[in-house]
Design a protein around this ligand. Sequence first.
Ligand SMILES: Cc1cc2nc3c(=O)[nH]c(=O)nc-3n(C[C@H](O)[C@H](O)[C@H](O)COP(=O)(O)OP(=O)(O)OC[C@H]3O[C@@H](n4cnc5c(N)ncnc54)[C@H](O)[C@@H]3O)c2cc1C
Length: 461
Amino acid sequence: MIESDYLIVGAGACGLAFADTLLSEAPNATITIVDERAAPGGHWVDAYDFVKTHQPASFYGVNSTQLGHDRIDETGLNAGFYDLASGAEIRTYFADVLERVLLASGRVRYIPESHYDFERRVLVTPEGETALRARKVVDTTYTAGPIPATHTPSYAIAPGVRHAPVNVLAGSEGEAAGYVIIGAGKTGADACVYLIQRGVDPDAITWIMPQDVWFYDRALYQPGDEHLDHLFELTAVQMEIAATAQTADEVLMRLEQSGTLMRIDPCVAPGAYRCATITRAEMGVMKRVKNIARLGRVQRIERDCIVLDRGEIPTGPDVLHVDCSAKAVRPRPPLPVFDGERITVQFVRTCQPPFCAAFIAMVEAHFEDEAKKNVLCAPVPSPERAIDWLSMTLQTAINTFAWMQEPVLANWLARSRLNGQRGLMRPSAALTPVQAEARKRMRAVTPAAVANLRKLVAESV
Ligand SMILES: Cc1cc2nc3c(=O)[nH]c(=O)nc-3n(C[C@H](O)[C@H](O)[C@H](O)COP(=O)(O)OP(=O)(O)OC[C@H]3O[C@@H](n4cnc5c(N)ncnc54)[C@H](O)[C@@H]3O)c2cc1C
């Protein structure tokens, strides 16, 4: 039997971020981390070669350890913005964090290649089954989605059709006369951008877009002082829009006009918002793809045609069909984060999973009362539909207000490297005139924004 104070199921970014913060905030806690994979890092272990974080590396990973170089890219599609981390960098980073921070503490045990059976409370390993006992079980698998490399597409594929996960694009198997990119999320966008950057003619790409997607401008997720005036100003504008718009659609359209959200085609209203974060330069490349099929989801791929919900398009033997339809975050009904001996890690702020996991660990370490803990960690809906920009922003605003009433949390938020909103929490004396003015507007309008978002979200159900 293996015993520890905490059993963390999943050694992905969220499991490791939770462990790292718990280790520093709960000085005697012992932790067992288990994962089915052979290496730490979760989905990053099997990610495609050209994958990168879509937000700056400065905000990603675990709280104790810097990721990336904290410098501004001078070239490429991210020029002018803080560096992103590649999949290879992230894998090295998590292996290092595991060895140097977690295992070196002497309080953490890591068991790879092991499946935790939540029902039977046993760990299934290649050697057999082991009972695990822990005061708390931390489930980081609840919203974790399937990954492109191992995901099973929902559509049928006829024999002889060239079809592969996005991972093949980086190798020689990825050479083709034409490409069909299946999926309009961040992976599909990455695939189109990667191919065009590699010299593929945009007209050789067909992009299957069951629904269009709102993208978030990366200019608004930047750590440096030089971006802070813009961040303050746009956050104030977002709250003003949230307070005054008459409909959910009006919120989204005005967010686009303000420079917060982007879409591929100004004539098509996106149905989805999944926190995908890109630069305007990347959007410029994506817009070069003109063959966009908006005929619903793929039902099956035949040798000479693709059958979709609302029609067919031609294809052929020289065409590589690239599956980008796996969703990184699986939308699930919200659960109480703290429920007896179970902690279910979920979003408690919009679009920053490792931050959320570290924050939940912080609350676990510093608060006793379960009801209070659940107020501080009220789940923010997972990003899925366009309306979720509103519901996520609403719950994030409510949570942030509750956090700022607790000095231990407010202090941590002001210091945490994972906190993508850290700049907004600066003391008033450190603000530029632009920032001070924007903060005044934000404070004045937030109660009305919360009330209006609540109404618009309720109307959309
Ligand atoms: C291309 C891409 C870029 C991204 N960029 C960013 C970014 O810049 N910033 C950001 O905040 N987020 C980003 N994300 C979101 C990202 O998904 C999260 O940041 C994070 O990696 C999710 O980690 P996780 O631990 O929740 O899930 P996972 O990485 O899926 O880890 C869950 C782990 O649990 C294990 N597991 C599942 N069930 C069991 C079981 N029963 N027993 C044992 N082990 C089990 C799995 O093997 C897996 O390793 C990005 C996602 C993608 C796909």
